[in-house]
Design a protein around this ligand. Structure first.
Ligand code: MN
Length: 247
């Protein structure tokens, strides 16, 4: 199982979620919302097998934490995975889009300088604006659009730009999310939960809840769950071929 976008440090009991993920042999990309959180999460994860920590600065907090962009740019040199970064154009955050864009450009430039990174990117309400930035920084690495919610036309553009996608149970419970997932190239899809933010009813999603996404993908791909799982595993191996301890 693969949870390519999980806020491990934000669960009430992160160590319990980590231990259970390791026990179930899940791959987990623990994304962080601030550079400081990267340090704490990296210490907590230690050398847990198949768990990686991404250094990020969430677009929702960039405006109040702009000073931390420097710190993230420095961290980019040390990490293989960068995120959660991106742009948020939803009504609550659209006023800060100019500063979000400035921060994102600095981080992407740092990724270019570091020789490219695997990026997990937020694009709510700002898909076109985010794709504009990706197109300006093609050497920043491999962009993985998390919980993509743009239009079919924006999806086509993302595919042309070489983007990958991570899709989760919450996204796949909506009709528009399922239609987007159906149109994604099957060799560029990974699963995620976005837990604990994403929920099922009152329960925060946990990494092994990606099973629900594997089931929906099997349906969309007209194959068995076993086949969807093996395709997803192949995708992860191709994406992270330079990270052999991963799968
Ligand atoms: Mn997230």
């Amino acid at each position: 199982m693969i949870d390519f976008h999980c806020h491990l440090d934000l669960y009430p009991d992160p160590r319990a979620v980590l231990a259970e993920s390791v026990h179930r042999r899940c791959f987990v990309l623990a994304v962080t919302t601030t550079p400081l959180a990267w340090e704490g999460t990296t210490r907590m994860v230690g050398d847990a097998p198949r768990v990686r920590v991404a250094a990020g600065l969430h677009p929702e907090v960039v405006a109040t934490r702009y000073r931390e962009v420097d710190r993230l740019c420095a961290l980019v040199r040390e990490t293989r995975y960068v995120g959660e970064i991106g742009l948020d154009g939803s009504p609550r955050f659209s006023a800060t889009l100019p500063i979000q864009r400035e921060a994102l450009r600095r981080v992407l430039a740092a990724c270019v300088e570091a020789g490219g990174r695997v990026l997990t990117l937020h694009s709510r309400g700002a898909a076109s604006a985010l794709l504009d930035e990706i197109s300006v920084f093609p050497q920043a690495g491999l962009p993985v659009l998390h919980w993509f919610s743009g239009t079919q036309r924006e999806l086509t553009r993302a595919v042309e730009l070489g983007c990958w996608f991570s899709v989760g149970p919450a996204m796949l419970r909506t009709r528009s999310g399922t239609q987007l997932a159906a149109a994604m190239p099957r060799d560029r899809v990974l699963t995620e939960t976005d837990g604990p933010f994403a929920r099922r009813g009152s329960e925060a999603l946990v990494p092994w809840d990606v099973l629900e996404a594997e089931e929906v993908l099997a349906n969309l791909w007209s194959c068995s769950i076993g086949e969807s799982q093996s395709r997803l595993r192949d995708n992860l191996r191709r994406l992270a071929y330079e990270d052999p301890g991963l799968t």
